[in-house]
Design a protein around this ligand. Structure first.
Ligand code: GLA
Length: 384
């Protein structure tokens, strides 16, 4: 679905719920991550790109200080917290994401005095590891900044959306998803240095290379808040502390890991260090016009996430094996892990990979996976 086409449903939804025409419509995409997994909260590098699927928010200012939120995907559960009462824990469920953004803006000293009506529509699958929550936060952040004329850079908005997720919703994510949604450019991946915040656009044009990137939604559902993601974060923090560095980014070589007595912490740290290296390698390959050469790097990333970081899940492993057996150039699990989607790099128009994955799922008695083409798209924007 194109962005222009998707403004209509959100506008009509606004009319149904609040009456009249919204002052504006904003849209923020979900993301895929080409490579750089579990490196963001270790102050390392990531290389995500924006998807063509996302969240649209049709919005207007109000005069009563209320944040009225209605989602087309959850029509039975509208929310209407007064802005003045917003505090962590005060709003739960999906509405906590947009409410958290209003809270983070207020905490940063921005006035949204009259409140806002937000009509939300999404074409992103939820729980598929494509950052539907970050897209919701970022679309809300752009909408509120637009309605109230707030002078905030995309980077500042990403930091506020990230704060909403961490400090209001209570999910301890890194900064990758919000950055990708707000900062990515069409036809490019976004290289982000998660320590300095510096970014660079790296050309990513699968079609031009005669290839396709395919997202495989494995159907296994994950939740970043279920504790296992936080456990990985604290293992990384412990490893860094034991190695005497402020984050694993600062570990210069694998040799230094002999200083870690605990084999689990050693494996976790090894993943982060080698994954940072794989981001660098991928950027060099893409800059040199060799997308096909990225295939083996994706596969090495998967092995590291499966064996060293231990965040893969059976459906992702089966997807990667079936894809490689049917002629993919590379494949790996994507996102936080324990469920969600995998990414495969395949020759354009080649159907054998999808067929092989579907057949493998059927053989194992799993529900059929869903396939989403991953086209590097533009970051968030005002649709009208
Ligand atoms: C989730 C988080 C990100 C990042 C990835 C793993 O998507 O939201 O911040 O940590 O997991 O790379």
């Amino acid at each position: 679905m194109s962005r222009a086409a998707s403004a209509g449903p959100a506008e009509r939804w606004f009319g149904d719920r609040f009456g009249g025409r919204p002052e504006g419509v904003w849209r923020a995409p979900g993301r895929a991550n080409l490579i750089g997994e579990h490196t963001d909260y270790n102050q390392g590098w990531v290389l995500p790109f924006a998807l063509h699927l996302g969240v649209t928010v049709a919005a207007s200012q109000r005069g009563d200080g209320v944040l009225a939120i209605a989602s087309r995907q959850a029509p039975a559960a509208p929310a209407g917290p007064p802005l003045a009462t917003l505090a962590p824990g005060a709003v739960t469920g999906w509405a906590a994401y947009p409410a958290g953004v209003a809270w983070a803006l207020r905490e940063a000293g921005h006035r949204l005095a009259g409140g806002a009506s937000l009509a939300i529509d999404s074409d992103l699958p939820q729980g598929a590891g494509l950052s539907s929550s970050a897209a919701l936060e970022c679309a809300t952040a752009l909408a509120l900044a637009g309605l109230y004329g707030l002078d905030l850079s995309r980077r500042e908005l990403a930091a506020l959306a990230w704060r909403a997720e961490n400090d209001f919703v209570g999910v301890p994510s890194g900064i990758m998803d919000q950055s990708a949604s707000l900062l990515a450019r069409a036809g490019h991946a976004l290289l982000l240095d998660c320590r300095s915040g510096e970014t660079a656009d790296v050309p990513l044009d699968p079609a031009g290379a005669g290839l396709e990137l395919i997202i495989v939604d494995t159907g296994a559902r994950h939740a970043l808040g279920d504790g296992r993601y936080a456990e990985r974060r604290s293992e990384c923090d412990r490893a860094a502390a034991l190695l005497g560095v402020s984050s694993l980014r600062d570990v210069a070589s694998l040799a230094a890991l002999s200083g870690l007595a605990d084999p689990v912490l050693r494996r976790r740290a090894r993943h982060v260090i080698t994954e940072n290296g794989r981001v660098e390698e991928t950027v060099a390959l893409l800059t040199g016009g060799d997308l096909a050469g990225v295939g083996p790097v994706l596969l090495a990333s998967h092995a590291s996430l499966r064996d060293d970081f231990e965040v893969s899940w059976p459906e992702a492993d089966a997807t990667v094996d079936a894809a490689m057996g049917a002629g993919a150039l590379g494949a790996r699990m994507m996102g936080g892990g324990f469920g969600g989607s995998a990414l495969a790099l395949v020759p354009a128009g080649q159907r054998a990979v999808g067929t092989a994955i579907t057949a493998e799922f059927a053989r194992r008695g799993w529900p059929a996976p869903a396939f989403v083409p991953a086209v590097p798209s533009a970051g968030a924007l005002r649709v009208r």
